[in-house]
Design a protein around this ligand. Structure first.
Ligand code: 5RP
Length: 218
């Protein structure tokens, strides 16, 4: 296991304390969440069911014996655990490196508490060095890309990738995101956008950051 994966595992381990017995848990997507799912093997008896943000996470959860239910059947989600591509000190995030941003945003919105787990490389002063993913309806790709250029971004079509919702992703480079809430709303206004990977209007409630000096919680 390389050092970054060890740190992801440490962040995942620190999130276990947020599991609430006999409740539905929200599960995100990505390599850090995969570490968390790995650790859940020892806690399956405590979990009523999960709602999942991707086909990939659903398969992993089912493989360890956790029932995955539709979000529409989940009345209460006390905790949602997910990773991030970047976080600032306000726990506003860029997500969607794995392309699951829309389902992630829906579960984050529905959950009472959003616990973000990450290694220290994800903690940044200003969001935007990581290209901002936008999920777009396929027929709107070029139109949306032109609107993004007007906002100062440099959109790049994620070729060969289709989201679990059957859409495409534009990864937007060259954005220095000083006003995340405003940009999140502005991009979501563009016709054809499903959602963008800024989690600023609904940031994380807790950030567990695994660093070389131990776990830091924000
Ligand atoms: C997937 C995501 C992930 O949370 C994000 O990309 C971080 O992934 P990883 O844990 O592999 O670094 O938003 O859509």
């Amino acid at each position: 296991m390389d050092r970054q994966t060890e740190l992801k595992m440490e962040a995942a381990k620190a999130a276990l304390k947020y599991i609430q017995d006999d409740e539905i848990i929200g599960i995100g997507t990505g390599s850090t969440v995969n570490c968390f799912i790995e650790l859940l093997k020892e806690h399956t008896h405590r979990i009523k069911a999960a709602v999942s943000s991707s086909v990939a996470s659903t398969e992993r959860l089912k493989a360890i014996g956790i029932e995955v239910i539709d979000l529409n059947d989940a009345h209460d989600i006390p905790v949602y655990v997910d990773g991030a591509d970047e976080s600032n000190h306000q726990l506003q995030l860029i997500k969607g490196g794995g392309g699951a941003l829309s389902r992630e945003k829906i579960i984050a919105a529905a959950a009472q508490k959003f616990v973000c787990i990450a290694d220290e490389s994800k903690y940044v002063e200003t969001l935007g060095e990581f290209p901002l993913p936008i999920e777009v309806l396929p027929m709107a790709r070029s139109y949306v890309a032109r609107q993004i250029v007007k906002l100062g971004g440099d959109p790049c079509y994620r070729t060969g990738f289709v989201t679990d919702n059957g859409n495409v992703i534009l990864d937007v480079h060259s954005l220095e995101i000083t006003q995340p809430k405003i940009l999140e709303a502005e991009i979501n206004q563009i016709t054809g956008v499903v959602t963008n990977g800024l989690f600023a209007q609904r940031p994380a409630d807790h950030l567990i950051l695994a660093t070389e000096n131990g776990i830091k919680e924000f």
